[in-house]
Design a protein around this ligand. Sequence first.
Ligand code: PHE
Length: 459
Amino acid sequence: MNHNGSKEKFSSTLAVFFATLGSALGLGNIWKFPYVTGENGGAAFIIVYLLFILLMGIPVMLGEFFIGRHTNCNAIGAFNKLKNGRHFKFIGWLGFITAFFILFFYSAVGGWVLSYFFKALKGDFASLGSLPVEEATTLASSIFNETMGHSFYPMMWQFIMIAIVAIILMAGIKKGIEKVTKTLMPVLLVLILICVIRALSLPKAMEGINFLLYPDFSKLTTDSIVNAMGLAFFKLSLALGVMITYSSYFSKDTNLVGTSFKVAFSDVLISMLAGLAIFPVVFQFGLAPSEGPGLLFQSIPLAFASLPFGNVLLSVFFLLTGIAATTAMISLLEVPVSILSQEFHLNRKSSVIICSAIVITVGVITVHPESIFGGTTIFGLSFFDFFDYVTAKLIMPFCGILISIFIGYFVPRKDFINEITNEGTLLKNNTLSPIICFSLKFIAPILISLILITSLGLI
Ligand code: PHE
């Protein structure tokens, strides 16, 4: 086995920030976070979520940054290089598999987003705006069913989406991941701001804002807490090797603590902006808030199309969603790609081809729309819900516990602190490092275990 690790690095702090944020931003910000927030008590839920980020998200992210940058290696090779790491190497393997699991359904949705972007550009949703709500709703569903009911088109779009990501990854770290995320992240921000401004200028904007932000502590249930944890893992792309892989491309002077805070908070902010872009419009047209594919492919076209220049706005919206999905997929595919190229001596191009071929064969063939909206089920869940549940609510928290335990108990504390403070040059006389270590030792593993056990119904 080859443990030479990665030679290419991101070229600046900004590149590190945009690439890492690119991984965090994704469909989760658009169809999940805003809705889950609205349903679970608005600002009250955000407080819980932020607590999770501070107590668990940022420490686990820093644990991964330590593993990746210290060893300069992919998610599996990294554990070989660390003291006591060999026993934890299976975390890397779990990450390898989970990245594929997520890619199977994520790429399908990415494909539909792409197809909806072109539909919006062509003006296919224009007629929705002029019909009475009921007829428009039927039409919106029939556009969706027509596009997705056909097995060829969704497969073709999914294929295109995977091909785009593969081409970017073939170009490498600097010319591929860095260049693309550095260009696309600012574009995404501008596009989302356009949508927010339009949405907030609607007469019923307040209803949407209330849904998203009004603090209602009575809505905080055990379920909300489980949701907040799953969301924190999924949103911050934690515990499946993405952050280990990316941080192996960080240079020795990257500020790890600063990056983790900046990425986590920018991600929450973008989710809030997405909510402000979506819910005022949804409420304006008397639609019920929802999440997932129903929100993205039915309610949103329906609501946005009713606005003047609705098609333009819809194109902007699907473009920004497509960008978010692409940069998240780049980071997901990079996990197995870096493993194949570093551990199995394959060149980058062949690794990208093999990994995308796996996503295409398994993902494109299994994740049909009917399996997402019903049809084939595993343990009573559609394929889509199954992959979503198994990854965000089981494997990611489980690996999160293992990473915290590994860093908290098996890695020499001095090595960890030296790495996150850049050999003591950052955070001088800091109180933060002991807090992070305490969290990795006690808070994160206990908290995640308790929630995992509760969500499995074991207590
Ligand atoms: N963070 C991404 C999102 O919110 C999804 C993702 C999960 C990306 C895990 C990479 C790894 O959509």
